[in-house]
Ligand binder design. Structure first.
Ligand code: PHE
Length: 339
């Protein structure tokens, strides 16, 4: 249709309005813009009709055409969906509907337990240190008073990467790295992964996690170790928990002990978690061996220290009453969702 009379402009206005109201997508809007407002659009073309008109008509038509163009441009640019290039409203979308519930994840049980352990010890004044999981024979064994051929190396089921490189079998090598890097007083905890070439079963896995603790200063005594572990156990398990300290052996501590806590489930009466003993073994500890202080560049005549190491999996198994360690590593959401 030719738009060259004022009446025809009214038709054009109605057509454009109907198309404008039908805009339902960004593509519709763009089509509308090109058709009416583009360089070769209908509204631009109107001026071309002017040349052929007698002056009187030209004046009236020109004014009407300009007004129409202004109206359409205005409505188009002020349309609510024009904002920041947002797409035209989808008529099927109801913004008043409630949103979808967003499924949120949760912490892995080992992460939860590690954080609880670390938070308590940090609040007691320990700072956090880390060391490598691929470790030299020197740090994993020799510096910890286990020279080559020491029988205690057998207990560790070591994964060897090469003759002198191992996957660390415990977090104790980080003790040496910490002592090398700072002077007493030293109060550090060292959380991390460790590896042992054990048969995989419900009770043991080839990889697990430990938190190591180290305290070195003048006059650190066994009483400090006892007090620290008792305070830790009471914060972690129960404020009335008792602990039991049994003699044990580690090459890097002397004397060495193992520490049991009163079973938090039966309060010492005996149950399936504590195998009717009333006690749960949670960690190994002792006074740092003079040779180990020396490895760390610390004078054992002047300083003494205590160290402890606990297994995160073991504590998590006990605390949650889980009977198979492999569940921690399978990432089965049916298991993980329970935490
Ligand atoms: N490193 C020992 C282990 O893995 C635990 C331990 C750490 C014992 C520190 C005493 C002192 O079994």
């Amino acid at each position: 249709m030719e738009y060259n009379t004022v009446e025809s402009l009214e038709t054009l206005r109605k057509e454009a309005a109907a198309e404008f109201d039908a805009i339902a997508s960004g593509q519709d809007a763009e089509n509308f813009r090109v058709k009416y407002l583009g360089k070769k659009g209908i509204l631009r073309d109107l001026v071309k009709s002017l040349g052929a008109m007698p002056p009187e008509e030209r004046k009236v038509f020109g004014a009407a055409a300009n007004a129409l163009r202004g109206d359409i441009e205005g409505r188009f640019s002020e349309a609510p969906w024009q904002n920041k290039g947002a797409a035209a409203p989808d008529p099927g979308f109801d913004p008043t509907l409630p949103g979808y519930p967003f499924p949120s994840g949760s912490l892995h049980p080992l992460a939860t337990i590690r954080r609880q352990i670390v938070d308590i010890l940090v609040s007691m004044g320990f700072s956090i240190a880390y060391g490598p999981e691929i470790e030299s024979d020197y740090y994993n064994f020799q510096a910890l008073n286990m020279p080559p051929l020491h029988p205690a190396r057998d207990m560790q089921d070591t994964f060897y990467m090469s003759e002198n490189t191992v996957l660390r079998t415990h977090t104790s090598p980080v003790q040496i790295r910490v002592m090398e890097g700072q002077k007493p007083p030293i109060r550090a905890i060292m959380p991390g992964r460790v590896y042992r070439n054990e048969e995989i079963s419900a009770r043991s896995y080839c990889m697990f996690h430990q938190v190591e603790g180290l305290y070195v200063d003048e006059n650190v005594s066994f009483a400090d170790l006892k007090g620290t572990l008792l305070a830790f156990s009471r914060r972690f398990f129960d404020e009335n928990t008792r602990i039991k300290i049994r003699p044990s052996f580690f090459p890097f501590t002397e004397p060495s002990v193992e520490v049991d806590v009163e079973c938090f489930l039966c309060k010492g009466k005996g149950c399936s978690i504590c195998k009717q003993s009333g006690w749960l073994e949670i960690l190994g500890a002792g006074m740092v061996h003079p040779n180990v202080l020396k490895s760390g560049g610390i004078d054992p005549e002047k300083y003494s220290g205590f160290a402890f190491g606990m297994g995160i999996e073991r504590i998590a198994l006990l605390k949650y009453g889980i009977d198979d360690i492999r569940l921690f590593y399978e990432n089965d959401v049916r298991f993980l969702r329970q935490f």
